[in-house]
Design a protein around this ligand. Structure first.
Ligand code: PMP
Length: 301
């Protein structure tokens, strides 16, 4: 097995050597941000959108990323190349860095920047053919006025609790409602429902991450002539939809065929969902951008 190279603060290190301090505030307090990006056939999909979201998250929590957006883009591309992977998942993590045991982020001198590239298959292939069974869980989505879900922060406890509830219910994914009982999103994916010729997805203010796959799917659906509505909906609307699917960088587009015991449509991935997935898989290759590293020359240790 060739070594896996991880970018860590200016160096490329092996997985065994990729270590950060226990005083890192990302570890102590979940103080930091991250992105999940994907490379398809050597092309990084919607790189600029991911970078924009990362830098918006950083701005929101006043975290200084010690690289320009262009530099970080090059470093990500270089990490992909060094690992020789054409199809992979990229995780970019920027934590507040090493401080003391107090909360004070101003005591953290420099952010820790980590880039990990790995092959990824989140759900087994059969599930894309069969569709997922999901349940609604008791854990509510963070209220946007308390901890904005638009910030892709290292504080994912809300989502982790959803995953625990999914496991307890013997399913692989679950649905979160917001504090008012409207459908928000999955543990790490956005939701769409289809009725007739119309796609519905909850608007950002409901309390969901503004997913980049969600936005790609909206572009595809509009391009194919579907109607698109960003409006709040309830579990009843999900139960009675013709089709339901989830979207995310890791999950891509995956059909949901059962929600809280209610069979959706015919209980198999529907025509429109399959059409979107097919088009999505074409786009990720054709739209992706090959970005070569230009600026950084980190040492390999
Ligand atoms: N919601 C949450 C909470 C997520 O963590 C993710 C994954 N990043 C998504 C939605 C989907 O977003 P994207 O399509 O940008 O991966």
């Amino acid at each position: 097995m060739p070594d896996q190279w991880i970018y860590l603060n200016g160096e490329f290190v092996t997985k065994e050597n990729a270590k950060v301090s226990v005083y890192d505030h990302g570890f102590l307090y979940g103080d930091g941000i991250f992105e999940g990006i994907r490379v398809y056939s050597g092309n990084i999909f919607r790189m600029e959108e991911h970078m924009d979201r990362l830098y918006r998250s950083a701005k929101s929590i006043m975290l200084a990323i010690p690289h320009s957006q262009e530099e970080l883009t090059s470093l990500i591309a270089e990490t992909v190349e060094r690992n020789g992977l054409e199809d992979a998942y990229i995780r970019v993590v920027v934590s507040r860095g090493v401080g003391d045991l107090g909360l004070d982020p101003y005591k953290c001198k420099e952010a820790n920047v980590v880039i990990i590239v790995e092959p990824l298959a989140i759900f087994p292939k059969e599930l894309y053919e069969q569709g997922l069974e999901i349940v609604t869980v008791a854990t509510r989505r963070n209220r946007p006025d308390v901890l904005s879900p638009k910030v892709k922060s290292l504080n994912y406890l809300n989502n982790v609790l959803v995953k625990i509830e999914a496991h307890l219910a013997n399913v692989s994914e679950a649905l979160m409602l917001n504090d008012q009982g409207y459908v928000a999103e999955g543990s790490a994916d956005n939701i769409f429902i289809i009725k007739g010729n119309t796609f519905y997805t909850p608007p950002g203010y409901i309390g969901a991450l503004e997913g980049i796959t969600r936005s790609a799917v909206m572009d595809i659906a509009e391009g194919l002539g579907y109607k698109l509505k960003e409006e709040p909906f309830t579990r009843h609307d999900v139960y009675t939809a013709d089709e339901v699917f989830l979207t995310g960088t890791a999950a891509e587009v995956i059909a949901v065929v059962k929600v809280d015991g209610r069979v959706i449509g015919d209980g198999v991935p529907g025509f429109h969902t399959k059409t979107i997935l097919e088009e999505f898989r074409k786009r990720v290759v054709s739209e992706g951008v090959k970005v070569y590293s230009q600026s950084a020359e980190p040492n390999v240790s």
